[in-house]
Design a protein around this ligand. Structure first.
Ligand SMILES: [Mn+2]
Length: 437
């Protein structure tokens, strides 16, 4: 039997916080994700919609969470796949309507086959529907075809709630961070010159599976120049003696993601050039973490990492200009340092690996204020792809890509690194590479 990751009390609290911000003449409709097909009738592993998980923890496909107002209170309903022995023989046991009504934090449960009738009837007495569109075509059609109903988007209200994590959510995120940390440690300790990127991937993902977890995004394992491709995940090359390997991999626990990047010398020792770049990225990453203070703007950590990286690139002779010029006019983060650090410093983390809450870094937008309970990633990097034609790559650093990423909880007492069990100093890493070879 499925166990929910949170108490009914926690789910009811989330539902009330949502519904107290919704006019009472509205119908709230939160569909889950559809099943996606990989090839012919083979589906991708199913992942429920994060808003659905957040509001009631339901993780079977073909479901809708609904809330409608009766007399003085909201009534919550789950539409779910009904029990069906013949279908369950093929695709697995279902909780069914009775199980949903008794075991999940809602007042009622109905068959998904009755969605159109029941939701349609409730809509007749409503002025607007708070619907997440694009997930369930039946709902989109009912709402969009009725001229008396305005469609509103509930996600901005939910995002505001999701971005600050409760203590229980933080506990799950710490669990997720610990599993991913141990997976990286296992991979580093089994590294050797000549190992295949896919073999490192298998060590990482074996640890996820053995820990009853699964990846929260496709694992990136890039040796040498492959480390300079930000979303490389072909993971099909052999890593040669002396090359660095960049591993960006995280897992999820009850839907909550971790997201860790480590870069290490596959033969066990950083070369002088690799060490110079690694130390610079690490210095920038520590400055970025230090900038994760409650009350600071979202852009603070990008400012912090950018200042360190720009100065460092000048000191190493990669750039020949002032820090201001390197970062860009009016601190727009578009100067020449961007040739080597082309992404943001971090993103929010939670039920989605790139979680809700806004804030893409890399321009002047200061973004939201950091608040206790928010979890962010801090992941500066420097990339010198020898294959690039858009910019001159210094010979000394050609083929080096370094990114270091941790998951950081904002608290009133400063940043707390949730992934601190994953080593990142040069000494720790050099001691670990191949130690279980
Ligand atoms: Mn990340």
């Amino acid at each position: 039997m499925v166990t929910l990751p949170f108490t009914f009390e926690e789910y009811h609290g989330r539902q009330s916080r949502l519904l107290e911000q919704i006019p009472t003449d509205s119908l709230v409709l939160i569909p889950t994700n559809p099943v996606s097909y990989r090839s012919n009738d083979t589906s991708f592993p199913y992942r429920a919609n994060s808003y659905m998980l957040y509001l009631c923890g339901w993780d079977e496909p073909e479901a809708v969470f609904m809330a409608h107002h009766v007399a003085d209170s909201w009534v919550t309903t789950l539409f779910v796949q009904p029990r069906d022995t013949k279908a369950e023989i093929w695709t697995g046991r279902r909780v069914g309507t009775e199980g949903a009504a008794s075991g999940w934090p809602v007042h009622e449960a109905h068959s998904i086959n009755d969605l159109k009738d029941i939701a349609g009837t409730h809509l007749d007495s409503c002025k607007q529907a708070y619907l997440i569109q694009g997930l369930n075509s039946t709902l989109d059609e009912i709402v969009n075809s009725s001229i008396d109903i305005d469609s509103a988007d509930p996600t901005s209200i939910l995002d505001e709630m999701r971005v600050r994590k409760s203590d229980k959510e933080i506990r799950l995120m710490l669990e997720s961070a610990d599993i991913a940390s141990a997976a990286h440690v296992a991979a580093i300790s089994k590294g050797y010159a000549g190992i295949g990127e896919w073999q490192i991937q298998s060590v990482i993902e074996a640890h996820f599976t053995a820990s009853k977890s699964r990846w929260s995004y496709p694992s990136i394992v890039g040796g040498g120049d492959n480390a300079t491709i930000l979303h490389y995940n072909a993971n099909e090359s052999v890593i040669a003696e002396g090359e660095l390997v960049l591993v960006d991999a995280g897992c999820e626990v009850s839907g909550y993601a971790s997201d860790i990047t480590r870069t290490w010398p596959v033969s066990g020792k950083f070369s002088d050039q690799q060490r110079e770049i690694y130390e610079l990225v690490l210095k920038a990453q520590l400055a970025g973490i230090e900038a994760c203070q409650a009350g600071s703007v979202w852009l603070s950590m990008h400012r912090a990492t950018s200042a360190v990286l720009a100065q460092g690139l000048i000191d190493l002779g990669v750039l020949d200009c002032s820090v201001e010029e390197a970062i860009g006019d009016d601190m727009e983060f578009n100067g020449p340092y961007r040739n080597f650090f082309m992404h943001g410093t971090g993103h929010f983390l939670g039920l989605d690996v790139h979680d809700v809450g806004g804030g893409r870094q890399g321009d002047k937008d200061e973004g939201p204020i950091l608040q206790p309970g928010m979890v962010v990633t801090v992941e500066p990097g420097l990339y010198f792809g020898s294959w690039r034609t858009d910019v001159e790559i210094p010979d000394r650093y050609a083929g080096i890509g370094v990114r270091i990423e941790d998951n950081v909880l904002i608290t009133d007492d400063g940043p707390v690194v949730l992934t601190s069990n994953c080593p990142k100093t040069i000494d720790e890493i050099e001691a670990l590479v191949g130690s279980e070879g």
